[in-house]
Design a binder for this molecule. Sequence first.
Ligand SMILES: Nc1ncnc2c1ncn2[C@@H]1O[C@H](COP(=O)(O)OP(=O)(O)OP(=O)(O)O)[C@@H](O)[C@H]1O
Ligand SMILES: [Mg+2]
Length: 324
Amino acid sequence: MSESLIVEDLYVEFGTVAGPVKALNGVSFSMEENQIYCIVGESGAGKSTLALAIMGLLPQSASVLQGRIIFDGVDLLRASPEHLRSIRGKDISMVFQDAQTALNPVQTVGAQLEEVILTHTDKSSREASRMAQEVLRELGLPDPRRILGEYPFNLSGGMCQRVMLAIALVMRPRLLIADEATSGLDVTLQAEILERLKGLCRELNSAVLLITHDLGIVAHMGHRVAVMYGGALAETADVIPLFREPRHPYTWSLLQALPRLDDVGKRLRPLQGSPPDMVNLPEECAFLPRCPKALSQCRQEPRPPLEELAPRHWAACYNPMVAE
Ligand SMILES: Nc1ncnc2c1ncn2[C@@H]1O[C@H](COP(=O)(O)OP(=O)(O)OP(=O)(O)O)[C@@H](O)[C@H]1O
Ligand SMILES: [Mg+2]
């Protein structure tokens, strides 16, 4: 299978008065075409920083210290602003959590959707309107023609979220990045929208980088998953092996805290102890202070690298859980 995105050894820092926040510390992974790749991890683990780096939308205070982000053979970190503008919104698009504020309040939904189409194609505005209606319908919005004439404030949160997804998907992007895209919605609505998203992405051949706190969503939606901790990947695997045989003690602890894996709406429960201080990250494994399986080796050696413990199953740990 061919790769749609390759992230290699990515390091990102934010400049702050307290010192540099080490948000990403050597993140590497690759996504296959048509794959739903989930990223999970506690608040502050670096998930959104990763998404913004891929989109080329990091704030001014951020610096990319090292790494490559390869899409279609081009390193996006070194691509020209024109190249980035031409692929953003067309080949790679992104949806955020807060759709209602991401939409322009003074433009109709139709104008916003059609603008994307007209910017990236030479379609007529009539064709654009037809495409817009089609994608809204596929995302489960009744009466798309009426919705196109509405302003965002007249729509519910769930409708706005579908409109955002429609804007992100209307150009049939090769990659959609969804950062907590449905977290503000109630659980039933989330499940319905995600199901539609999954179906539509399959139809459009779009890969999805799905960022979520919710392991139920990962279990339902994902093909592959990366667990992030302290700005690095603790474990990556296909979804079923990750749930069945977690190898990193952090992943194991997260799963222990879950009553039922197939319950959508099960957010990560906070573990005992606190996440690492991202300004003063230790040299050794960042999970060490909370780890139930720490060895003296873990205190003495630098942060463990990701290692392939079973085919396609990687963990960064000196003393991984034993597979049964
Ligand atoms: N603009 C910024 N300036 C300074 N520090 C930042 C900035 N954005 C993020 N950070 C810090 O970078 C680290 C990673 O943040 P990030 O937002 O990527 O985490 P996250 O995994 O998306 O968390 P959440 O689940 O809460 O969305 C955190 O320590 C955060 O405080
Ligand atoms: Mg985030």
